[in-house]
Structures are given as structure tokens and as C-alpha cells.
Design a protein around this ligand. Structure first.
Ligand code: NAD
Length: 475
């Protein structure tokens, strides 16, 4: 057992605050960290530090800012395994999943570091002779980042990196369950030479620290990933003071299995999307619409995969699934499983505390809460469906629109589906989870503000504004 680390806020280059809140490993309750908990004054101090640092940071050339991100990527790479182990200890996912997530954070820093050399503007024709018109991407100023626990290092990285390379300074409020991963990411950046005040951390409760960050008049923009309920509240707070806001929120992601698909392959696609990361992914497959010709074989194959997964210590060799992250999330999962048992036919879902076996439920109606509401646990509901258009209608009946998938060997079905489905990400014969970092990501409907996309080059749009310059000489 390792001892708990002490985590403080980072404000203007100083580590401040008394660590007081305990964080424990969801697998065995061993201590992981003791964390300082901020309030509105701590947020005000962090925003003041970020405001003071912003002109100097924005005054550095893009390649200079990018170089610090590239150096931070190398530092994080040199700490890859211990940072991944910390992530397992605080969040519970398996070491393989955590190594992949830290790898993602490294690659995100590299990608946006190299954007320091590649960020572009437009050169446009002018109606006035001998006048050049070009656009510049200007930073917004101080941005607030509010992040969830389920990807505790990758999501902060994919918000922080585009914000920093484009000249903003940052105040981040990590998820209260997972402050250690953000600490590890931020120390890679400060060790790489990021100037004091450019990146600040305030730990603590969402209802206190997050709320104060959203309400602060000097925070030009807030990028949030988390639940739809909290996101919608944040939208109203930030927009009421005319701040810019980006929300990536919940999902109820469907996978359609066509008659022409191999049910065994489709079951592997569904299991990877629905049971990976203990079902705690925003893009997790949580409902499957299966055509009559494959339905029974698919359900049997998926049930067999679920039965073969034994949850355990994410740090132990060969563990296929880590524990549920917290008792609060476990209570949500158990409530959903009880309803599934009462109203449908459930296989799996038994457990020992937070070690919950994955589950498959059939026999529910399309309007059942387990089919319509996000659970965020390893539970997949399978419903029969008829005809591709009927399946698309069912997919689109959700209030959410994050990810959707189809298993088919027909190119026509795949294209028909991709063109009509209301989801920000469409996967054909691939799990609904799993994203490339160079590809725009975001949802539609209740999953997103659906304005600015995250990841890829398009991520820079949220963190910048466009200025048009007319460059002439004598008239
Ligand atoms: P959450 O909404 O409970 O918390 C997210 C963050 O918001 C945390 O840092 C929390 O402290 C903070 N917060 C809470 N109340 C706040 C308030 N009043 N003001 C400001 N900040 C506040 O979400 P969670 O439980 O950490 O994460 C799970 C949710 O995140 C799921 O709904 C999942 O679908 C969603 N998610 C979405 C994406 C995506 O990209 N769409 C990715 C990952 C997770």
C-alpha cells in the first residue's frame, strides 16, 4: 500500500491551501490523496493570478508556447507508468486502460504543441486596391476548465493544451474524485517551464469552486465536461454574464445490429463499448437495437462475454474490469440493476461491493428509464427492432446525441445510417467508445452545446476569436 500524497491548489506558481479532504482507492479504500478544498476566495486569487500572467503569455510567439507543451509531453512520457498507476489508484480503471489514457494525454500535448507551428489564419481578397486582408486568432484571456472523473487526465489535457497554445491562461477545477491525475498533468507542464500563473488549479466542490469559477466576471470562457444537469446549470450562469461556454455532457449511445452482421462480432463490439472502462464512458454503448435475424444469437453471445469478465484490482495483472468509481455511482448502478431485474430479464450484474459484474437486460420497453436515461455503469439493454429506418428512429428518439454505432456488412446500410443518425460521432463496426485525438469530437441535442467541437485543430476555435486585419499603405 502506498501512502497518500498531499495535494494543494496551484495559484500564481505557489502550491497553497491545507490538504484536508481524503481520497481513497475505489478498489480497496486505501488512502490515495489528501486534498485542499477551495472556496470563492481561492477562485478569485487564481483568476487574479491568471489575469496577471495572461498578457505576458499571449505575447510569446505561438511556437514558443507550443515548445513548452512538447517538452511537457516528453516529461509526462518519462513518468508514463507511475502516472497511470496513480490514475488507477484514484479512479479504478485497469492499468491497461490507464496507460492508454496517459498515452492520450501525452499525444494531445504533442499534437497541440506542434500546432504552435501550424495554427493558421486566412488571407482574403479586398475590394480596395493594394490592401491585404488577413485574419488573426486571438486568445480569449482567462479560461475556466471544469472536468469529470471518468477520464481524469485525458480530458483536462484536451482542454488545457489548445487553451494554452493559443495564448490563454487557465484555471482548472478538477473533478473532486480525481485531483491527482490533474496534479500530475500540471506538474509536467510546470516542470517544462510554464511561467507562474499561466496554469492554476483550484480543488474542491463543484457547487462551491465550480460555481465561483463560472460566475467570475474575469473568466472569459468556461469549458465543461460532465453531466447534462450540471452542464445546463453552468450554461445559464456563464451565459447570463455573456461568457463563452462549451459543454460536453451525457449520452445514451445506441448500437444497431443488422441481420447481415455476424452476431459474435457485434457482441464483441457492444461489449468493448459498453463494458470497457466499467461502463463509465460518455460514449459507452448502453442500448442495442438488434434485428430479428440476429437478436437471440447476439444476446447469447453478449451474455457469454459479460459472464467471462471478472472485475478486480485495476493494478493486478490481467484484470479485465476495474471497480465502480464511488459509492454514489454504485448506488445508481444498483438501482438500475434492481429495476432491470424487476421489469425485464437480467443476466450478470451481481457483485461484491464496488466490484460489479457487467450485465445485459432484455425485455424492457423503449420508454423504460434504463433505455432512456444515462446509467454510467456496465449495463447494456438490448431491444428488438425491425427495419433500418425503424432502428434509426429509435436511436434518434433519445434526448441525447453523443455517439451511435451500427454493425453491418452492407455499405448501403452503413451510409444510410451515418447520414440520418443524430449523433456527433458515428461508428460502423467499431465500438461507440474510442476517439482519435485529431478528429473533432462533440455531441448534439442534450449531449452538447453543439457550437464548438473539442479535439483536433477545430478545438482552437473555442479558445480564440477571429480578428480581421486590413493592411494598406498610402491612399
Ligand atoms: P458532474 O457533472 O457531476 O461533474 C463534472 C464536474 O462539474 C466536476 O468537476 C464537478 O465538481 C463540477 N460541478 C458540479 N457541480 C457544479 C456546479 N454547480 N458548478 C460548476 N461545476 C460543478 O459529472 P461527473 O460525475 O464528474 O462525470 C460523469 C458525467 O460526465 C456523465 O454524465 C458523462 O456522460 C459525462 N461525460 C461527458 C463527456 C463528453 O465528452 N460528452 C465525457 C466524459 C464524461
Amino acid at each position: 500500500m502506498t501512502s497518500a500524497v498531499e495535494l494543494r491548489h496551484l495559484i500564481g506558481g505557489e502550491w497553497v491551501g491545507d490538504p484536508e479532504v481524503e481520497r481513497r482507492n475505489p478498489f480497496d479504500d486505501s488512502p490515495v490523496a489528501t486534498v485542499a478544498s477551495g472556496d470563492a476566495d481561492t477562485v478569485a486569487d487564481a483568476v487574479a493570478a491568471a489575469t496577471a500572467a495572461q498578457p505576458g503569455w499571449a505575447g510569446k510567439p505561438w511556437p514558443t508556447r507550443g515548445a513548452i507543451l512538447l517538452d511537457a509531453a516528453e516529461i509526462l512520457r518519462s513518468r508514463h507508468r507511475p502516472v497511470a498507476e496513480d490514475l488507477v489508484r484514484e479512479e479504478g480503471k485497469t492499468l491497461a486502460e490507464a496507460m492508454g489514457e496517459v498515452r492520450r494525454a501525452i499525444d494531445v500535448l504533442r499534437f497541440f504543441g506542434s500546432m504552435g507551428w501550424q495554427a493558421t489564419g486566412d488571407v482574403l481578397p479586398s475590394a480596395t486596391p493594394e490592401t491585404m486582408v488577413y485574419t488573426r486568432r486571438e486568445p480569449l484571456g482567462v479560461v475556466g476548465l471544469i472536468t469529470p472523473w471518468n477520464f481524469p487526465i485525458a480530458i483536462p489535457a484536451w482542454k488545457m493544451a489548445p487553451a494554452l497554445v493559443s495564448g490563454n491562461t487557465v484555471v482548472i477545477k478538477p473533478a473532486d474524485l480525481t485531483p491527482l491525475s490533474v496534479h500530475n498533468l500540471v506538474t509536467a507542464l510546470t516542470d517544462a517551464g510554464l511561467p507562474a500563473g499561466v496554469l492554476n488549479i483550484v480543488n474542491g466542490k463543484g457547487s462551491v469552486v465550480g460555481e465561483a469559477l463560472c460566475a467570475h466576471p474575469d473568466v472569459a470562457a468556461v469549458s465543461f465536461t460532465g453531466s447534462t444537469a450540471v452542464g445546463e446549470h453552468i450554461r445559464s450562469v456563464v451565459q447570463s454574464r455573456r461568457g463563452r461556454v462549451q459543454l460536453e455532457m451525457g449520452g445514451k449511445n445506441a448500437l444497431v445490429v443488422m441481420d447481415d452482421a455476424d452476431p459474435a462480432v457485434a457482441a464483441r463490439v457492444a461489449a468493448a463499448g459498453g463494458f470497457g472502462l466499467t461502463g463509465q464512458a460518455c460514449t459507452a454503448t448502453s442500448r442495442v437495437l438488434a434485428m430479428p435475424g440476429v437478436h437471440d444469437e447476439f444476446v447469447a453471445a453478449l451474455g457469454k462475454i459479460a459472464a467471462g469478465i471478472t472485475p478486480g484490482d485495476g493494478l493486478a495483472e490481467g484484470t479485465a474490469m476495474g471497480p465502480v468509481v464511488s459509492d454514489a455511482q454504485l448506488a445508481t448502478d444498483l438501482k438500475a440493476l434492481d429495476r432491470a431485474r424487476a421489469d425485464g430479464t437480467l443476466t450478470g450484474g451481481d457483485g461484491d461491493g464496488r466490484l460489479l459484474r457487467p450485465a445485459v437486460v432484455t425485455g424492457l420497453t423503449a420508454d423504460h428509464p434504463i433505455v432512456t436515461d444515462e446509467v454510467f455503469g456496465p449495463l447494456i439493454a438490448v431491444l428488438p427492432t425491425e427495419g433500418l429506418d425503424g432502428a434509426i428512429e429509435s436511436v434518434n428518439s433519445s434526448v441525447y446525441g453523443l455517439a451511435a454505432g451500427i454493425c453491418t456488412t452492407s455499405l448501403a446500410s452503413a451510409q444510410h445510417f451515418a447520414a440520418r443518425v443524430q449523433a456527433g460521432v458515428v461508428k460502423v463496426n467499431r465500438p461507440t467508445t474510442g476517439l482519435d485525438l485529431n478528429v473533432p469530437f462533440g455531441g448534439v441535442k442534450a449531449s452538447s452545446t453543439n457550437t464548438f467541437r473539442e479535439q483536433g485543430a477545430s478545438a482552437l476555435e473555442f479558445y480564440t476569436w477571429s480578428k480581421s486585419v486590413y493592411l494598406g499603405h498610402d491612399l
